[in-house]
Design a binder for this molecule. Structure first.
Ligand SMILES: [Zn+2]
Length: 547
């Protein structure tokens, strides 16, 4: 051996332990070379872990090796664990080096590879560091489990809590405002069962609990908020331990919420399916007995078929899909008359642009404010760290949490920007789709569908063929280029009855107040659904790019 490259390595983790320092290793290698009369071609000093070979200095060394593929070369290090702590990658790298005529040698664990049996020895040297690593990480997770069994919370604090180190050096979590207060509010709201959980989630978001829908559900299911700590054992068994941390809610409230979540999930999924399939229910009467028809699934050979039928024993029965389609087709034959387009445009602008835009802009404002708060928290933390009040571990935990929060907030902000852009874009799509006013009926929410059926109910239904007519209100017949009311409130709607009357009159349609009200109700309903598909497209693209 005449020449050699020297490779010394220490990971940040190892620096805490003794005998691993870079100068120590370098010193030993240089002495060895001097003693054996080996010329040193270069020293590569690495401070990376050896889990794989994705290390900057190693890459440098390797590209140096590749430059002289035919020349015989040597790499020296102190021990095999300096070279690799993963046996699989180690052998792969040894193979690559062999191709470039390079041999490896650990001066403290010398192996004469010309003796075939020594290959086993080398394997042992390579396998040991990996076993050591695995053992260490197992010890860490055992440590975490032990801490949990003692009621402490060693992991990253869940939202609403903050990691802190107590005077005795032990780690725990404490409530973090304003999130903690909002979480309490959310648990109480869910327990009352007056609102949908998604609605509560939205309000919690507005209040400043910025998290996704799925995370919100995880919060509601996490027993840590009522003081319990979940310990997972290797056997996949879970154990619940009373925690030492301050609770946000009572145990009974927690279990109340669990039962609400469980029943709401089951019920709403089923109920929404049924309501969506039988959206004409309540508007169909049995021609024999005059009772309202109901809807249900009847079992066929292969699958279940939905039917509207009479509950009174009359033989009236019709396929729900057929009748739904007939209704929808009939609806889609209606075309908004040209004289009403100006009014509809105004409503579209109000509903889809002003109202929605305002709501998105408001959300964006809240998100931006949260981002600023996050930045402020971090800089406060930094000051406390410098002042020696905050420990480095706590600061790092804070920083990590901060980064995650900021990342999520920025994602949300981008999402809102996209929605705002979608509004602006779709605003440029002109008159063409406006005339075919019911084109998007199938995309309406179930409650909007029912609302629409209520405004334009089906009549003269033939329960054999499904043919039907629409009961067009007298007012509607004025705005559709086919044929003919209830009163509703117009909260938050800016196109007033008076305005509508003026616009319609200008275009040659004379309507009464009542007629105008129902026309506005219908147009607002359509307007609400008008831009949905564009938004959905953007949402889909975003979801794909996120995954
Ligand atoms: Zn009947």
């Amino acid at each position: 051996m005449k020449t050699a490259y020297l490779y010394v390595r220490v990971s940040t983790d190892e620096q805490k332990r003794k005998g691993y320092s870079l100068p120590d290793q370098e010193d030993r290698l240089l002495k060895y070379c001097k003693y054996n009369n080996i010329e040193v071609k270069g020293i590569y000093r690495e401070d990376y872990s050896a889990k794989n070979f994705n290390r900057p200095k190693w890459k440098e060394l390797f590209s140096e090796i590749k430059k002289k593929p035919t020349e015989h070369k040597n790499i020296l290090f102190v021990k095999w664990d300096r070279f690799s702590r993963n046996i699989e990658y180690a052998y792969e790298m040894i193979g690559k080096l062999r191709k470039y005529k390079t041999t490896l040698m650990a001066i403290d664990q010398y192996i004469d590879l010309s003796v075939p049996e020594n290959i086993i020895l080398q394997a042992l040297h390579l396998a040991f560091p990996e076993a050591e690593n695995t053992r260490r990480s197992q010890n860490v997770s055992n440590g975490i489990r032990r801490a949990k069994l003692m009621g402490r919370y060693p992991n990253k604090a869940p939202i609403g809590f903050l990691n802190v180190t107590l005077m005795d050096g032990k780690k725990t979590i404490v409530p973090k405002e304003p999130e903690a207060e909002i979480i309490k509010w959310a648990f109480n709201q869910v327990a009352m069962n007056d609102h949908k959980i998604s609605e509560i989630n939205r309000i919690a978001n507005d209040k400043g609990l910025i998290c996704s829908r799925s995370y919100f559900f995880r919060v509601l299911r996490n027993p840590v908020y009522c003081g319990h700590i979940l310990v997972k054992h290797n056997s996949n068994e879970n154990q619940i331990i009373p925690g030492l941390h301050e609770t946000l809610i009572s145990e009974s409230l927690f279990y109340q919420v669990q039962s609400v979540i469980n029943t709401e999930r089951k019920n709403t999924a089923k109920r929404d399916d049924l309501r969506a399939m039988f959206f004409l229910r309540g508007f169909l009467t049995c021609p024999v007995c005059g009772q309202k028809l109901t809807g249900s699934f009847s079992k066929g050979k292969l699958k279940r078929y939905p039917y509207y039928h009479c509950n009174n024993g009359c033989s009236i029965r019709i396929g729900a899909i057929l009748l739904n389609n007939c209704y929808q087709n009939k609806l889609q034959e209606l075309i908004l008359s040209n004289s009403c387009i100006e009014l509809f445009k105004k409503i579209l602008e109000d509903q889809n642009i002003k109202t929605q835009k305002t709501s998105y802009l408001h959300t964006q404002y809240l998100v931006e404010r949260k981002i600023k708060e996050e930045n402020l928290t971090l800089s406060k933390g930094r000051k406390l760290l410098i002042a020696g009040i905050l420990k480095i571990d706590d600061y790092n935990a804070l920083k990590k949490e901060n980064q995650v929060n900021t990342k999520n907030l920025k994602m949300e902000s981008r999402n809102i920007s996209n929605k705002l852009k979608a509004i602006d874009n779709s605003n440029q799509i002109k008159d063409k789709p406006l005339v075919k006013i019911f084109q998007k009926f199938s995309e309406f929410d179930i409650s909007d569908k029912k609302h629409l059926v209520n405004l334009i109910p089906p009549i003269d239904i033939d329960y054999k063929t499904g043919s039907l007519s629409l009961d067009l209100n007298h007012a509607f017949s004025k705005i559709f280029s086919k044929k003919t009311l209830e009163k509703t409130n117009f909260i938050d709607r800016n196109v007033s009855v008076e305005q509508a009357i003026i616009i319609l009159a200008k275009n040659g349609i004379l309507v009464s107040d009542d007629e105008t009200r129902i026309i506005l109700e219908l147009l607002y309903l359509i307007a609400k659904n008008h831009k949905k598909s564009e938004e959905r497209k953007i949402q889909n693209i975003k979801e794909i790019s996120d995954t």
